[in-house]
Design a protein around this ligand. Sequence first.
Ligand code: ZN
Length: 257
Amino acid sequence: MPGEQLHPWHDGYEGAVSLTFDDGMRSQLEGALPILAENGLSATFYVNPRGPDWRGLLEPWKAVAEDGHEVGNHTVSHPCSCAFKETRADCLETMTLDDMEWEIGEGKRRISEVIPEQVDFTFCYPCYHAHVGEGPDRRSYVPVVARHHVAGRGKGDYANHPLTADLHHLYSFPVERRATSEMIGLVEEAAGQNRWAVLTFHGISEGHLSVTESDFTGLCNYLGEHRDRIWTAPVVAVARSIHAWRSARTTRTNHGP
Ligand SMILES: [Zn+2]
């Protein structure tokens, strides 16, 4: 179709990148944020507003959202598969869709209460797991996420194609222990295919699944230098852009040439 935009990336971008950070870790506030700021990049931080002091836990993230980053929902209590545990308490195989409805709805409500200025934000699957129950009773909770959020981030082996990706179960690359060059490789492969690479970080030179500060700095410098070709933006911004582009395509299809 003449004039049809083949992908949703505007301003001459070849592809998109989202840097996502899970679990609300201290090194993200103290290590990642200054490096992002130096390079003029915005990212997504998925937090768990858990326990009696959930308001206090969310407090430092208010300023993060004010600086243009996304503060997203990682559930209240971070439930993962029982396979990670030695008991069957408080884990996904013994939970129901109603339990996840509460985890997701309440996580969203708490973040919205503390950061009301943030009108829209996305979800991230704890431990990348997207099911409840087991065997014949195993169910996906992706539909619960779809009721509450514009997008959800999981894990996968590919960068997301703007036309075919399930926005409520986006693929992301876990990049713990990766070198700068490997992360740039993932970004460039996605850009070459006009796709959207989502990278998942935990600690920055700290704690579990960490990437070194120097490797993270190398990646951010690269994304800053290539900002005219590669659109680095929070998950919610890229998801909204894809959603609008898909809606426009559908409208054109329905009304003919
Ligand atoms: Zn997590």
